[in-house]
Design a binder for this molecule. Structure first.
Ligand code: GLU
Ligand code: MG
Length: 443
């Protein structure tokens, strides 16, 4: 049931002297965009009458068909708790529509809606709990980001050694004000690296929450003179930023991955879902690990996965089944990073899992040992494949996977591939500092 109606929102805006309303949506490459309206426009806004120029948004439309409408999801209404000294601003997250009212096929939120509908038709609700990691860097005299970390400590260290402890608290408090249930926050492994975990939700809400979370972290870090980044591997030689996603399917109010009598108390559905994700993971990577830089994180030695495997305990596996069972039974997919467009990444993971269920797939044997310690020959003999080692390989895997291509649909797929091919080409033709250091005196 919906929390809000148009009338309750109009009333709330008027009675609480809210001065601005921000309509948010996400471009295909995961950037949060918005149109800000004075509160006088709230009726038009809730009725989906606000138009914008879609041709100016990455991956949206061509100039000849540029008029698009923002249809707010009323349940995402929230008063933004920061910068209120510049006017109290509420936001709503929107679906993007064509002038005739139909869903726009290039809207990432719409892409997720479609796969969720398929899951619902099969009787499932998809729940997701993300674990977002980020770095806090110092800024220079011009306020530009540096790669100097804000502290020199590691896993679970606390203040005063962890000098961003209070920034993290401010972020948690702000998110609680807009309805997040924060479960934990801590200093992560690398100097200047942090994690804040919030409660799982249905996948659409989880994707919306990831977008809101990133905005909150960046906004509140800046207030403390810091630059927050979700870039997957900002510093060579230390841990990168992951966004592990904990996934579960519910059916008739019960966790469909749990079976008291199954091996490891997992149901056949859980095994089929694992098998589906493992089969499609190379293509999923193009969405869940979308940057050139994403693949510098997926290397041995930093708790990020490199091989296609699953396990009930072992953190070196790509899919881990954490200990809790019953309602909390879930699969933790460890390759995604927080630079991804969460709508597209979650849509692809769900579609892959459902494919495993529909085809009754069986996963390979569980990897019980530390996979990094196996030799290449041992891994090949065990049938453990490797994740794509570059954006190039991931894009090729995406093109070769009709199921994941179908999730995006023709329009979003062609726009996505065009943008990513350009990114890859631009990267390949640059001369990096590593190349200069390595070659300039030798040759
Ligand atoms: N930072 C690690 C990664 O890149 C994950 C650390 C952890 O297990 O929380 O995925
Ligand atoms: Mg972590």
């Amino acid at each position: 049931m919906s929390k809000y109606t148009s009338e309750t929102i109009i009333r709330t805006v008027r009675e609480n002297h809210i001065q601005f309303v921000r309509l948010q949506f996400t471009d295909i490459f995961g950037q949060l965009k918005s149109v800000t309206l004075p509160a006088s426009q709230i009726e038009k806004a809730v009725n989906g009458q606000i138009m914008f120029d879609g041709s100016s948004i990455e991956g949206y439309t061509r100039i000849e068909e540029s008029d698009q409408y923002l249809r707010p999801d009323l349940d995402t209404f929230a008063v933004l708790p920061w910068n209120q000294e510049y006017g109290v601003c509420a936001r709503m997250i929107c679906d993007v529509c064509n002038p005739d009212g139909t869903a726009f096929s290039g809207d990432p939120r719409g892409v997720l809606h479609k796969v969720l509908k398929k899951a619902a038709d099969m009787g499932y609700t998809f729940n997701v709990g993300p674990e977002c990691e980020f770095f806090l860097f110092k800024t220079d005299a011009d306020g530009k980001p540096t790669t100097k970390t804000n502290d020199e400590v590691g896993y679970f260290d606390q203040g005063p050694l962890d000098s961003a402890e209070f920034t993290r608290r401010q972020i948690c408090l702000a998110l609680e004000k807009i309805g997040f249930e924060i479960e934990a926050s801590h200093h992560e492994c690398a100097a200047g690296q942090h994690e804040i975990d919030f409660k799982y939700a249905d996948a659409l809400t989880a994707a919306d929450n990831i977008m809101t979370f990133k905005l909150a972290v960046k906004t509140l870090a800046r207030k403390d003179g810091l630059h927050a980044t979700f870039m997957p591997k900002p510093i060579f030689g230390v841990a990168g930023n992951g966004m592990h996603i904990n996934m579960s399917l519910f059916r008739d109010g019960k966790n469909a991955f749990y079976d008291e009598n199954g091996t490891h108390q997992l149901s056949p559905i859980a095994y089929q879902f694992i098998a589906g994700v493992l089969e499609h993971i190379p293509a999923i990577c193009a969405l869940s690990n979308p940057l050139v830089n994403s693949y510098k994180r997926l290397v041995p030695g930093y708790e990020a996965p490199c091989y296609i495997s699953w396990s009930t305990g072992n953190r070196s596996a790509l899919i881990r089944v954490p200990a809790p069972r019953g309602t909390s039974t879930r699969l933790e997919l460890r390759n995604p990073d927080p630079s991804c467009n969460p709508y597209l990444a979650l849509a692809a993971c769900l579609a892959a899992g459902l494919d495993g269920i529909e085809r009754g797939l069986t996963p390979p044997e569980e990897a019980t040992e530390n996979i990094y310690e196996l030799t290449n020959e041992q891994r090949i003999a065990r049938g453990i494949g490797s994740l794509p080692s570059s954006l190039r390989e991931a894009l090729d895997a995406l093109r070769a996977d009709p199921l994941v291509c179908g999730v995006l649909g023709e329009h979003a797929l062609s726009q996505y591939l065009a943008g990513k091919e350009e990114e890859w080409k631009s990267y390949c033709t640059r001369v990096s500092s590593w190349e200069v250091e390595r070659y300039i005196t030798l040759y």
